[in-house]
Design a protein around this ligand. Structure first.
Ligand SMILES: [Zn+2]
Length: 84
């Protein structure tokens, strides 16, 4: 059956290969954005920085990272939810 195209990480894991984290980063399928309160800008998963005039990526209809072209996933830092 050759009618389905599998992503590379699926093929690799089926082969039982072990890949260092840095290598997985190269084949990642999402760009994780985190908000930097201090800079009032977004750190992108591909080591860039982006600043919106207002609101965040979703409010500005950003679905894909302008730097690496991967879908944007907003990462909310858990520690910021802790109060006190
Ligand atoms: Zn990116």
């Amino acid at each position: 059956m050759a009618d389905s195209i599998k992503p590379i990480w699926e093929i690799v894991s089926e082969m039982g290969a072990t890949i260092p984290k840095e290598e997985w980063d190269k084949v990642r399928k999402e760009c994780h954005w985190t908000y930097d309160d201090y800079l009032c800008a977004w750190d992108t998963g591909c080591k860039n920085c982006f600043q919106f005039t207002e609101d965040g990526p979703h409010q500005n209809k950003f679905a894909y990272c302008p730097y690496c072209g991967l879908p944007i996933v907003i990462v909310v830092e858990a520690e910021k939810e802790v109060e006190g």
